[in-house]
Write a protein that binds this ligand. Structure first.
Ligand code: SF4
Ligand code: SF4
Length: 283
């Protein structure tokens, strides 16, 4: 992809036209924190939101609403399931990080966070050409206005959790006398699966533990993710680590790979980095 990395002082036409053009035809993955906050915004349970509004095994927002009326014809695609053509985003206050950032993206390269836009030109310029008539903003001003901090903390916390799971899979494999080369092969096979296939491998109870933890959605992001990580670790120990047999430990290691991969896409944890962690330990 042709990424253009940005400085926070870079200035763009970043005042939204509010036409909702980018609420159509996108793929937005969300974390358990974001799901809990959206459910809170809708006054319902995360389980109901997940089962009615998400796909890909409970990770991605459905885009199956009415076709958009703005932007170039090629971009007139179905709306996000949370979009109302009358009122716009129905979960605006608790919208996911991807929506807060758009038209910017965020990535983590060797642990350093950066912002970018995914093409040579800012996407809004073609999707909503009137954006050029509205005030420019710096990237830093835009991020502040979008209140990204809590959601970024959640993303980074979940990404660290996912990488920690990969490290744990390596430790368990070594401890059980298993083959790290087999772990690497297993990872290579699993990383190409979509969320629905990963969910099938994990079973519904693990998917519930990952997507709809019994936590207060109003918790600060750092506490939410820390408590979620603790709940997953407690469950993991109860399921696997009472049985010291080598084959049970190898199943445990594979489960950590599945959990990490399931988490990765919504929070920018890079499967290539995960593969490096595993492969470095095999050499
Ligand atoms: S494409 Fe840009 S200007 Fe248009 S609705 Fe989306 S964020 Fe706003
Ligand atoms: S969650 Fe809201 S802002 Fe994000 S795509 Fe859906 S309707 Fe648009």
């Amino acid at each position: 992809m042709d990424l253009t990395t940005l400085k926070t002082s870079d200035t763009f036409p970043l005042t939204c036209t509010r036409l909702g053009t980018c609420c159509h035809g996108h793929r937005i993955y969300i974390s358990a924190f974001e799901l809990a906050r959206i459910a809170m915004a809708m006054g319902t349970t995360p389980r109901l939101v997940r089962d009615s509004h998400l796909e890909d095994g409970g990770r991605r927002i459905r885009f199956e609403g009415p076709i958009g009326q703005h932007g170039p014809p090629a971009h007139r695609k179905p709306a996000c399931t949370f979009y109302s053509s009358v009122n716009g985003c129905r979960v605006h206050e608790h919208r996911p990080l991807a929506c807060r950032l758009y038209p910017l993206g965020r990535h983590r390269v060797e642990g350093v966070i950066g912002y970018y836009h995914p093409t040579k030109a800012l996407p809004c310029l073609s999707l909503c050409p009137d954006v050029t008539t509205l005030p420019n903003k710096t990237v830093g001003e835009y991020l502040q206005e979008q209140h990204v901090t809590e959601h970024e903390i959640a993303h980074d916390g979940y990404a660290a959790l996912a990488y920690g799971m990969i490290n744990a899979a390596v430790v368990i494999t070594k401890h059980s006398g298993g083959s790290l080369a087999n772990l690497a092969t297993s990872f290579a096979e699993l990383r190409i699966l979509d969320g629905a296939a990963l969910a099938q491998h994990l079973t519904p109870t693990w998917v519930d533990a990952l997507t709809i933890p019994e936590l207060n959605a109003g918790l600060p992001a750092a506490d939410f993710v820390a408590q979620h990580g603790q709940a997953l670790a407690t469950r993991f120990q109860a399921v696997f680590l009472t049985d010291p047999a080598a084959d049970a430990l190898q199943r445990a290691a594979k489960t950590y790979l599945l959990l990490a991969l399931y988490l990765s896409v919504a929070v920018g944890a890079d499967p290539d980095v995960m593969a490096i962690i595993i492969n470095q330990t095999t050499t």
